[in-house]
Design a protein around this ligand. Structure first.
Ligand code: M6R
Length: 583
């Protein structure tokens, strides 16, 4: 993963690059570093952990050329040495890199002696190939270096005294914005000011100087590029008075769902009518995979069609049976998840009936997909997906309803959901207090509730580091019950009238073995002895398809509360990054 930034202009302050790197922290925050050139000298500062650590330790500097990096470690431990920027052995080249150089071991043998390399990274060899390219023009040298690299990269490179930034990419995103006498390079246009910017393509090269940025092909010939418009407002990515992005983002859910609903009414769905579909595969990772599970449920229920959800990595490992009548739906908040992108490429070989559902319309996934449906969730910064997950579910619901020619019903149901969500508040602090020091937590449910249980458990484990697992309620007695001991919390989800009794029977079997039961239900339970529960919440019931959204939001709030009570930062869980751009 990793985020990279480069700026060239007059008297650029380090604070400016820190601000931009902070916006890229969703890509990783194992370590951060900058290299700034002033009076023909490189000043390099690196720290482990978040950008704030670097901001605190690094003196206020300014210079004309600066590069910065926020790292999600793939090669080499998390320490200052392996933090980027990485310098060449003679200290004349500085490199920031996002991606993986797969042939780095081979290149080391060819281009560097052992004592020249001091880091454990795959990036260091790039700086050293550049250093070896003496005699060649800088651009020629840079192109030659990139041509040696197998794998993936977005690179931003400084050469001492050149007053230039050299950039290139392969399979990783990279963008350029030139305003006045300043050019900024970044892994994501969220670092840019409003205005025009350029998207780098694989095989393109660019050189930024004080007064311009020029783009070249692999032969070093100038190419002209079409500018894109920067649409994101910086205000959208502030915490707006909330303590954490995660809480702000959960709170935005109803408003985003309304925006999505409005947008989906303007879509011309006639393309669907032209498609003969025999089965559906829905593919995503993590939370996006869970929304695919919900989507598959909608396809089966409303269209009576064979629909299956798969984690993208499993779709890649398996002999996927697809043909030209198979509809493949790819779901990804970022649109940059490597497994999902590879899965899309694999599917494209068999079918053109492909829809991608993503939050980022300029993402790689969107650019490769014949049809793109936006999830309209706005920028999501917290690593734990919240509003994007619920918007994915609503997107899938509306897609299925469009296929069923029931758009008007869908709009009515979604607007009703968003209104009820506006009024929805839940104090889960007592439950959070009760479970925050537990070592194991179980989530159970049936059918759609089981999928919500999976998502709830993922949310809690990723930001609390408690081992939480979800099971179909009916599966407990087939093995899991052996893990239930005195006081182990079991969170029970009940939203489907037809399944209430069966789910509660499973819960009571756990209770008989000492479990503490906490219930989230949206069905009246008059005949049930609520004394058997150690806590419970009645949630609104909108309809069988969308009530899961209240459960989801409730479990997001629970995870958030537990994380904060454990003294953790819910926005930046350890070992994770928002955008997982490695397979
Ligand atoms: O950007 P994507 O939706 O493709 O990301 C997929 C997963 O990495 C993501 O949903 C992850 O599981 C979240 N951290 C869960 O909260």
């Amino acid at each position: 993963m990793c985020g990279i930034v480069g700026i060239i202009g007059k008297n650029i302050k380090t604070t400016e690059i820190f601000d931009k790197l902070e916006k890229l922290q969703y890509r990783g925050y194992d370590s951060a570093g900058i290299c700034i050139e002033k009076d023909n000298k490189f000043y390099v500062h690196k720290e482990t952990g978040i950008i704030d650590n670097l901001r605190k330790e690094c003196p206020n500097l300014f210079g004309d050329v600066i590069i910065g990096h926020t790292r999600w470690a793939t090669h080499g431990k998390v320490n200052k040495t392996n933090a980027h920027p990485i310098l060449s052995a003679n200290g004349c080249w500085a490199v920031v890199h996002n991606g993986i150089i797969e042939n780095f071991a081979e290149l080391k043998d060819k281009f560097a002696s052992k004592d020249e390399l001091i880091t454990e990274t795959d990036t260091e060899i790039v700086a050293n190939i550049l250093e070896k390219g003496k005699g060649k023009e800088d651009l020629q040298n840079f192109i030659f270096t990139c041509e040696q690299l197998k794998g993936s990269f977005a690179l931003c490179v400084m050469k001492k005294g050149s007053k230039s930034l050299f950039i290139a990419k392969k399979k990783k995103p990279l963008y350029v914005q030139s305003i006045g006498n300043k050019t900024t390079i970044a892994s994501d246009p969220i670092c840019f000011e409003k205005g025009e910017y350029f998207k780098m393509e694989d095989g393109e090269y660019a050189v930024a100087n004080f007064d311009n940025v020029r783009f070249f092909d692999c032969k070093g010939r100038l190419v002209s590029k079409q500018a894109l418009k920067c649409f994101e407002l910086v205000s959208q990515i502030s915490k707006n008075g909330f303590e954490h992005f995660m809480l702000k983002e959960i709170t935005e859910t109803p408003q985003k769902i309304r925006g999505l609903c409005k947008h989906y009414q303007t879509i011309d769905w006639s393309f669907l009518k032209r498609w003969w579909i025999n089965k559906v595969k829905l593919i995503g990772c993590g939370s996006a995979y869970h929304s695919c599970l919900v989507g598959a449920y909608y396809f089966r229920k409303h269209l009576n069609i064979d629909a299956e959800a798969l984690p993208a990595s499993e779709f890649l490992s398996d002999n996927a049976i697809l043909d030209s009548s198979t509809l493949c739906v790819f779901v990804s908040q970022s649109g940059e998840t490597a497994d999902t992108i590879s899965a899309l490429k694999k599917a494209l070989k068999k079918t053109k009936k492909i829809i991608s559902i993503t939050n980022v319309d300029y993402s790689t996934l969107a650019s490769l997909s014949p049809i793109v449906l936006p999830i309209c969730a706005g920028v999501e910064i917290a690593v734990a997906s919240t509003k994007a997950y619920t918007c994915q579910i609503v997107s899938l619901y509306m897609l299925v309803m469009a296929l069923k020619s029931k758009m008007r019903n869908a709009v009515r149901n979604v607007l009703n959901l968003s209104k009820r969500l506006d009024r929805f508040s839940l104090d889960v602090s007592k439950l959070a207090e009760a479970i925050k020091d537990q070592k194991n937590i179980f989530y159970i449910g049936r059918n759609l509730d089981y999928i919500t249980a999976l998502e709830g458990a993922l949310k809690l484990k990723e930001i609390s580091y408690i081992n939480c697992n979800a099971y179909p309620a009916g599966e407990l007695k087939h093995g899991v019950l052996a893990l239930i001991q005195k006081d182990v919390p079991v969170i029970v989800l009940v939203s489907n009238k037809r399944l209430v009794q069966k789910t509660l029977n499973s819960a009571f079997e756990a209770k008989s073995r000492g479990a503490k039961l906490f219930l989230f239900h949206s069905q009246p339970l008059e005949k049930i002895d609520l004394n058997k529960f150690d806590g419970g919440f009645m949630l609104p019931n909108v309809n069988n398809d969308l009530t899961c959204i209240f459960e989801t939001v409730a479990l997001q709030l629970l995870a958030y509360n537990v994380s904060v009570m454990r003294g953790l930062d819910p926005d930046k869980p350890r070992n994770l990054a928002k955008s997982v751009t490695v397979e």
